[in-house]
Design a protein around this ligand. Structure first.
Ligand code: NDP
Length: 246
């Protein structure tokens, strides 16, 4: 018997990077997984095949998290397809950074829609399906705890908003036995922030461990929160950042 046997999880932005690692890890722990993606159908299909190879059921749904209707429909589809919904992982993120003068209304709207409104609306849709023991886990950022580089005001603002959302939802959903938590990754080797990218050495220098995380290292903490061992953790912000924020 695996820790998540019989559970169904939805992971937003599960076609690549941290989201793909979370989707795979939850499947390895026994969950059936629905993942959303924005545009990369091929990579999403690859993750679905890898999940199926573990013996679990999987489905990829194209849904831009900025599109409230598509996002909400993906939540309902996950519950409808596999008959229940136990775990929501709000992972998809917009990473728009640059000088203040370049980050105007369009960038602000996009960032807030994907990084803040979507986790809120997906959580709202998911709890309609969840029963006791449900889990909501959002992916924040080390930039919410420490913002050492210019150009990150919008991104840091959006990820910091998730701290308040997480606390508020934890209070509201605690009586139903649903836990709500936030994981703040540090620099993690993905397409968005490759460990061999031009700024990697500078970023690495801010960590205590002197290296990037691999996506499965972040997924391990998400899996802990999603499983029975995480049942008394709620409203928490947990850094998985190699000491970036210490
Ligand atoms: P990647 O760019 O590697 O992957 C992004 C994933 O999210 C892809 O599956 C992509 O889909 C999907 N996605 C992006 N935008 C949307 C959208 N609007 N709607 C639906 N899906 C979307 O990113 P990471 O894995 O690096 O980042 C994942 C999360 O971790 C983000 O919230 C990010 O802010 C956070 N984070 C990452 C850090 C890092 O160093 N990597 C550090 C701190 C936080 P598609 O394949 O279709 O494009």
């Amino acid at each position: 018997m695996k820790r998540l046997d019989g559970n169904v999880a939805l992971v937003t932005g599960g076609s690549r990077g941290i989201g793909a690692a979370v989707a795979l890890r939850l499947a390895e722990d026994g969950a059936d997984v629905v993942l959303t993606y924005e545009s990369n159908a091929e990579r999403a299909a690859e993750v679905v095949e890898r999940i199926k190879a573990t013996g679990r059921r999987a489905l990829a749904v194209q849904a831009d998290s900025a599109d409230a209707e598509a996002l909400t429909a993906s939540v309902d589809r996950a519950a409808g397809t596999f008959g229940r919904l136990d775990i929501l992982v709000n992972n998809a993120g917009a990473f728009l950074v640059g000088p203040l003068e370049d980050m105007g209304p369009a960038e602000a709207d996009r960032t807030l829609a994907v990084n803040v409104r979507a986790p809120y609306l997906a959580s709202r849709a998911a709890v309609r399906h969840m029963t006791d023991g449900g889990r909501i886990i959002s992916i924040g950022s080390n930039m919410a705890g420490r913002t050492p580089f210019p150009g990150f005001a919008l991104y840091a603002m959006s990820k910091t908003a998730l701290i308040g959302m997480t606390k508020g939802l934890a209070r509201e959903l605690g009586p139903r036995g649903i836990t709500v938590n936030l994981v703040h990754p540090g620099p993690t080797d993905t397409d968005a922030n490759p460990a061999d990218g031009p700024n990697a050495a500078t970023i690495t220098a801010f960590t205590a461990l002197g290296r990037y995380a691999s996506p499965p290292e972040v997924a391990a903490t998400v899996a802990h929160l999603a499983g029975p061992d995480g049942q008394y953790i709620t409203g928490a912000s947990i850094a998985v950042d190699g000491g970036f924020t210490v």
